[in-house]
Design a protein around this ligand. Structure first.
Ligand code: FES
Length: 125
């Protein structure tokens, strides 16, 4: 299987890449299979109903093209969402939104959702 057009787009022009100054929470997650790592920065604010939402999110990924594309897609998916909604994002969902990943690259999607979940947990601590 080849990479989908969406994967290539997110790899060549990643969204939400970089560092977020004054972030409210961070996380770092590593992929034990390949040694790649991803760092997530979250900026949280209250919405009109008083719920915590992800006002801004950025990532820094030291990894393969699939890891960068999944980081970009995952951060797009949770931006503006409540923390509860963002906690429900799954690795599978990220891969599906990208139009699928080659079998050998499926493990790369683990980083993004895991790092987002961990950053939210760190914020709640
Ligand atoms: S090979 Fe490491 S995340 Fe893809």
């Amino acid at each position: 299987m080849q990479y989908s057009k969406k994967v290539l787009n997110h790899f060549t022009k990643p969204h939400n890449q970089g560092e977020l100054k004054n972030s409210d929470a961070q996380s770092v997650v590593g992929n034990p299979k390949c040694g790649d790592i991803m760092k997530i920065y979250l900026k949280i604010k209250k919405d009109k109903e008083g719920r915590d939402i992800i006002d801004d999110i950025k990532f820094q990924t030291l990894g393969c093209g699939a890891a960068i594309a999944t980081s970009s897609m995952a951060t797009d998916l949770v931006k503006g969402k409540t923390l509860d909604e963002a906690m429900k994002i799954t690795n599978q969902q990220v891969a599906t939104e990208l139009g699928g990943l080659p079998q050998a690259k499926l493990h790369c999607s683990n980083l993004a959702a895991d790092a987002i979940h961990k950053a939210i947990q760190n914020y709640k601590k």
